[in-house]
Design a protein around this ligand. Sequence first.
Ligand code: FMN
Length: 421
Amino acid sequence: MSPLATPVTFARSGKVAPTATLKSAMTERLCTYDQDNLDERGKPTPEYEHLYKVWGEGKIGVIVLGNIPIDREGLEAKKNAIIDARSPWDPVAAFKPVIAAAKAHGSLVIGQLTHGGRQVSEEVTKTPVSSSDLQCPPLGGMTFAKPRPLTVPEIDGLVKAWGYGAKVLYEAGADGAQMHSAHGYLLSQFLSGRVNQRTDDYGGSLENRFRIVKRVVEEMRRQVPDEKFILSIKINSADFSDGGLTLEESRQVCIWLDEMGLDLIELSGGTYESMAFEHKKESTKAREGYFVEFSEAIRPHIKTAKLAVTGGFRSKKAMDDAIEKGVTDIIGLARPLTAEPHLIRDMIDGKTQAARDSKMPPPLSTGASIMQIGNMSRGEPIADLNDEKVVQEIVAALTGQAPEKKQGQETSSYEKSENKL
Ligand SMILES: Cc1cc2nc3c(=O)[nH]c(=O)nc-3n(C[C@H](O)[C@H](O)[C@H](O)COP(=O)(O)O)c2cc1C
């Protein structure tokens, strides 16, 4: 059996992932949204459920639901799924069918609980909160208002909200919850020695910057005392920005979390200010994974938790090698699974050896994946990013420019689909 196809048992919960793979969290933007009526935000839809039915068929070891804000104003984007105790609808009933669809063929399912903090766009809120008042610079057409530092009572409230999110996921049938502490979102804004300029118990030393994360873990366990429920974190192996979380700090945080009983630590990297979903070093290109060197530096220090590393993996050989050589226990994948939702199953069944190439320019690859998610959710053919013509059309749609059409050029399947932004 190839390393990728080998089941992984989590030590604390005893849960078994059927393969050594993880579908990393990806924002779906398929839930309800109303600008003015917060009650109407974040409710799962049939399209959101259908998406997870498709991924559920793909022999994925662990399926992580895309980021779920625990505050109706702390959104990563409009149409996020949300779990917030103030919403009048029943979140357990709303998430249950989605989780059941994802679990139908044996995958474990965990929900990623998040708060955007200073990375909530101005379109969603003019009054964001953060660890401090350092404003996030504009990115890809989005602008961000200057944040206000959270007060300690507000931190207490958010800690409880994270715990409530875990409880809802548990009652809705999920196998676990993942705190999103990567990519510059709120928990990452506390961990960063640059963004976090607090002088109270939540700022300064690494121990203080870690305090909110520690409290979230404790609260999730308090609200879900069942040891069989997986607690997980997605964390930056480094922020890649001056003064941001370093590898050494990330390693120390992972050691603390392992000691606290987390079952799964997923490593990533970068923030909105310093995107890291590309190769920072030529030396790691052959091994594909962007963060393999970081994982190698962290893994020997982790005693019980399983490690997943996400970003850059495209061929079965690189994935098998990373597991065999002890870089990681689990391979995380994101963009390849929006192009080919059953890629892992096809690799394990020997039908393919690598993800299809993408001709999408890297800065637009997230937008293109969101479009593919839209295709999947509606049962449409998935836009082929290996087709130059389709790529031109998507680039045009994402950048607001009409594609150049040569005389007699055929209409592509993407153009025929309804999936325009
Ligand atoms: C469309 C899209 C949405 C994403 N949304 C999230 C998210 O909600 N939470 C998260 O932790 N990472 C998110 N990411 C990052 C991915 O989980 C992953 O870390 C990154 O894409 C690198 O993996 P890859 O090279 O396999 O795509 C997203 C990525 C994409 C492409």
